[in-house]
Design a protein around this ligand. Structure first.
Ligand code: SRM
Ligand code: SF4
Length: 516
């Protein structure tokens, strides 16, 4: 009897994963380095290398992007210097971007240098493993974990442990190297939801259950070109000691049951829709081997979101953290060396990154703050930027990303400077740019979100944006929505000016009394 059931056709990505696990390229790096990027197998080059965090860039062929893992956004000065040394050899091609997941991406990387770069990473305790494609992305945690006077749970150890479980201590973990799609995890420990819990596939938010401090769990938050959803409560509370096991159980259910036929529908929320929330929860419980404690009635996210820029007293008497504003997160080798040096001279040799693409230098004694503020790099990366620049975020955009419909970072900075020349804005306005509907720049969490698109103007196709508004962060976080479509970028300035004046209390400098 012949089998009449046709085997399900795998999409291109499932096929390439079935043929060879992405992590397999780890053993082939020396070979790739000898072959060079033009001669090597294209599937390895364009896709599988992403399992090591190495991204072929069609916009800059031969100059790869290297996406790190910086758990909880915390990196040492020594590690930062290693990244600077790697970039330095690439001259103007080399830069490092702080990403919207509290992480670093390096640019200009040559394939022939990868074996040596990975040896340096091993020596320095750095890793870029499983940071792209169908893997778990950098795990975010409170950027002031362990130093915030009002913190509830120090997330540093938890984030590290979850990363170690997922990546097998940075060596690569084939248990989680073939998920149906990318996956995001965030652990919030402070009162202001500084990790954007609502836009992660799994988020842990602090909550008291019967007087014990642990986390309520949210699941299924994500953005994609097709659909954007805020995470929903799983109706589960966990003790911090169970966070790693819960992540492992959810990832296992997602890996085993997640939808794989259509990549547009492969994120966790689509599986939850398909199964129903309760059966999904039961499947996770079965994997865990015990039933969840129902969620605490309320969580402890009670504050507006902070941006951590400026000088702030820590919970340790006499110490401060100093938040520096890095315009749209762009750094060069010399910046990394300078940051490493000031972290050692004035702080404890630690540097932290934020999801707003900025830097924090922690553990600066009161007696050293004023000397730190006299450093030239603090002129460049200000502790008191103007209110529009201060809250500006941007994805990579057309300079390096082949999905981009528009240029973002340079345009975002230039337009903010122009607006600030004309306008006084009494408070920060969170403006997020993203170059295409994939939403890496998170326009849906912004006060004003700008999503790249192509627009017709005077019979020509030009770069434009769809305008999002209403994103709320911190307590009662909500996603913003598209309020106006297809604005040519060249017409954007007066539109933003009007919105800032009418809805955010901005005033033209020329309308203010001279003393203002
Ligand atoms: Fe992203 C794909 C950059 C955060 C949603 N993202 C990409 C790629 C890899 C596309 C590509 O191959 O060119 C971009 C690399 C461009 C480059 O050369 O830099 C890219 N994403 C980024 C970063 C660097 C933006 C930034 O400038 O900060 C962020 C890196 C984070 C990290 O350290 O890992 C980044 N991406 C995000 C976020 C925000 C977040 O996680 O909070 C999102 C929305 C949240 C989410 O994923 O649910 C996001 N990126 C996407 C998507 C849409 C996912 C989907 O389910 O369809 C894609 C497209 C894809 O994966 O196929 C994408
Ligand atoms: Fe690239 Fe689009 Fe993501 Fe921006 S939003 S980095 S343009 S994929």
């Amino acid at each position: 009897m012949t089998d009449t059931l046709a085997a399900p056709t795998l999409n291109k990505f499932e096929k390439l994963k079935a043929e060879k696990d992405g992590l397999a390229v780890k053993a082939e790096l020396e070979h790739f380095a000898r072959l060079g990027w033009e001669a090597m197998d294209e599937t390895d080059r364009d896709h599988r290398l992403k399992w090591l965090g190495v991204f072929f860039r069609p916009v800059t062929p031969g100059k790869f992007m290297l996406r790190m893992r910086v758990p909880n956004g915390i990196i040492t000065s020594g590690q930062t210097r290693v990244l600077g040394e790697i970039l330095q050899r690439y001259g103007d091609d080399g830069n490092a971007d702080i990403t919207t997941r509290q992480n670093f991406q390096l640019r200009g990387i040559r394939i022939e240098d990868l074996p040596e770069i990975f040896r340096k990473f091993d020596q320095a305790g750095l890793t870029s493993i499983q940071s792209g494609m169908d893997n778990v992305r950098n795990i975010t945690g409170s950027p002031v974990a362990g130093i915030d006077a009002d913190e509830l749970i120090d997330t540093r150890g938890l984030v590290r442990k979850v990363q170690d479980m997922i990546t097998n201590n940075g060596r690569g973990n084939s248990s989680f190297s073939n998920l149906p799609r990318k996956f995001n995890i965030a652990i919030a420990g402070c009162r202001d939801n500084s990790v954007h819990a609502e836009i992660n596939d799994i988020a842990f938010v602090p909550a008291f259950k019967d007087g014990t401090l642990g986390f309520n769990i949210l699941v299924g938050g994500f953005f994609s070109g097709k659909r954007c959803e805020a995470a929903i409560p799983l109706n589960a509370w966990v003790d911090p000691r169970d966070v790693v096991a819960v992540c492992e159980a959810i990832l296992t259910v997602y890996r085993n049951l997640g939808l794989r036929a259509n990549r547009q529908k492969a994120r966790l929320m689509w599986l939850i829709d398909e199964m129903g929330l309760e059966p999904f929860r039961e499947a996770v419980e079965k994997q865990l081997g015990y039933a969840f404690t129902p969620a605490a009635a309320k969580d402890e996210i009670l504050w507006d979101k902070r941006d951590h820029i400026g000088i702030h007293a820590q919970k340790q008497p006499g110490l401060n953290y100093v938040g520096l504003h890095v315009p749209v997160g762009r750094l060069y080798a010399q910046d990394l060396f300078d940051l490493a040096r000031i972290a050692e001279v004035y702080g404890s040799g630690e540097i932290r990154l934020t999801v707003e693409q900025n830097v924090i230098i922690p553990n600066v004694p009161d007696s050293r703050v004023s000397a730190l503020l006299r450093e030239p790099i603090v002129k460049r990366f200000s502790i008191e930027p103007q209110n529009l620049s201060r809250a500006l975020v941007s994805c990579t955009g057309a300079q390096f990303c082949n999905f981009a419909l528009i240029e973002t970072k340079n345009r975002a900075v230039a337009l903010m400077q122009e607006l600030e020349q004309d306008l006084y804005c009494p408070r920060p306005v969170r403006i997020h740019w993203t170059g295409c509907p994939n939403s890496c720049g998170q326009p849906q969490v912004a006060d004003i979100g700008l999503m790249g698109t192509k627009v017709r103007k005077d019979g020509k196709t030009v770069e434009g944006v769809d305008l999002y508004m209403g994103g709320k962060v911190g307590k009662h976080a909500e996603l913003g929505t598209c309020v106006r479509k297809s604005i040519p970028c060249e017409d954007l300035k007066p539109i933003l000016q009007e919105i800032l004046i009418e809805q955010f209390g901005a005033r033209l400098w020329s309308d203010l009394p001279e003393s203002a």
